[in-house]
Design a protein around this ligand. Sequence first.
Ligand code: C5P
Length: 133
Amino acid sequence: MGIVVGAAIISDGRLLAAQRAAPAELAGGWEFPGGKVHHGETDEEALIRECQEELGVVVSLGERVGGDWPLGDDMVLRVWFATVVAGTPVAREHLALRWLAPDELFDVPWLPGDLPVVRRVRQMLPDLLGLSE
Ligand code: C5P
């Protein structure tokens, strides 16, 4: 079972979404930045590495978003909230980046595996942003 990690990066109340460049069948779809966990690294180390590689930033990881989200038959997606502690995200490997406000979260065509996670992020966001009553 392969493990893919993703970052729900929040800044100024907005969620960072990244548009995949490859492979062809996923290109144009939007995802949480991240990627496969390598042998010998923890999930958290992998996610920090991927954010550095893909976005050129150092992130600090916060709360996990749910548990294992299925990606097909042989992979799971694990997602953490994150904040940028150094740098400004740039699309090094993606086609584009967007900072989505809470009312824009579903304005992009998320990859099917990421979409249920975005729904969970939406549920968790008010608490995270300190906006809950
Ligand atoms: O980014 P990377 O190619 O390493 O990811 C491996 C696979 O995990 C992708 O082919 C894609 O199917 C899936 N993935 C995803 N959502 C993400 C990251 C990766 O569905 N946020």
